[in-house]
Design a protein around this ligand. Structure first.
Ligand SMILES: Nc1nc2c(ncn2[C@@H]2O[C@H](COP(=O)(O)OP(=O)(O)OP(=O)(O)O)[C@@H](O)[C@H]2O)c(=O)[nH]1
Ligand SMILES: [Mg+2]
Length: 239
């Protein structure tokens, strides 16, 4: 039988995050004791899944969804959304597992949804937002990608590529009705575009994004190219 709970769920997709994941879960629970955490792990070769499974024996607020192979960020988010709805969670917050997204801001993102927003976005690109640890190349790439995506897709949200977001039940129900076209990082732009086109209320809260200190980046040139194709494909569609 499915256990039904009435609290928020934090979903963390992981691929080779053994050096980060348990410390992150601890910080999340320090900042937000009343949330459950679902790690969505894609058979990480570095044993991330085993670490989480061992910790679950000691931590009732932790759960794992173990997937058989690296299936991409987009399908990980969609699987987390379905899990959240099925188990009766009040909202689903997503974040990266490399400490780029500050756990201490989780309560504010959840609160914004509790106050009526359909989606709250932790944003680097609104006043008060910042990026720490990135060199000029990465800053320019990210700022340009955001600017171009916003212009082409006519998005109002300033940070359309960040993964620190809290989705309300209404947003989750709306998003799970149709599978995503993108499976990788560009899923973030697709999810946001669908929310905006669906008329959902979105609020952006400034965050300081910090570059990953431990573990390896998974973003590749191929992913960046795919993200650009996604933007063009979405631009050609109405909904
Ligand atoms: N489940 C799952 N998680 C993934 C996959 N690819 C990336 N992730 C996770 O998604 C999050 C974001 O990935 P990162 O590698 O940090 O990507 P990034 O932030 O663009 O790149 P960095 O600057 O290196 O941090 C991290 O928690 C990853 O472990 C995947 O295919 N499946
Ligand atoms: Mg990262």
């Amino acid at each position: 039988m499915v256990r039904r709970v009435a609290r928020p769920l934090v979903c963390i997709p992981t691929y080779n995050e053994a050096s980060n994941i348990l410390a992150l879960v601890e910080q999340i629970h320090e900042a937000a004791p009343a949330v459950d955490v679902l790690v969505i792990d894609d058979a990480s070769p570095d044993g991330t899944g085993d670490l989480v499974r061992t910790q679950i024996l000691k931590d009732a607020r932790l759960e794992i969804m173990a997937r058989p192979a690296k299936l991409g960020l987009g399908t990980a988010y969609m699987a987390g959304f379905a899990y959240g709805l099925q188990h009766g969670y009040t909202s689903v917050l997503t974040m990266d597992s490399d400490f780029s997204h500050p756990p201490e801001r989780i309560p504010e993102l959840i609160q914004a949804v509790d106050n009526g927003a359909h989606l709250s976005v932790g944003s680097r690109y609104v006043p008060g937002g910042a990026i720490e640890g990135w060199g000029t190349d990465r800053r320019v790439l990210s700022a340009t990608a955001n600017f171009v995506a916003r212009q082409i897709l006519r998005l109002r949200t300033h940070d359309c590529t960040g993964g620190f977001r809290c989705y309300s039940i209404r947003a989750l129900q709306f998003l799970v009705t149709r599978p995503l076209r993108s499976s990788g990082y560009s899923a973030l732009v697709e999810l946001l575009t669908r929310c905006e086109r669906g008329g959902l209320t979105i609020v952006e809260l400034p965050i300081t994004f910090t570059d990953r200190a431990r573990g390896q980046s998974k973003i590749s040139r191929q992913e960046i190219f795919r993200a650009m194709v996604t933007v063009l494909r979405l631009a050609g569609r109405r909904s």
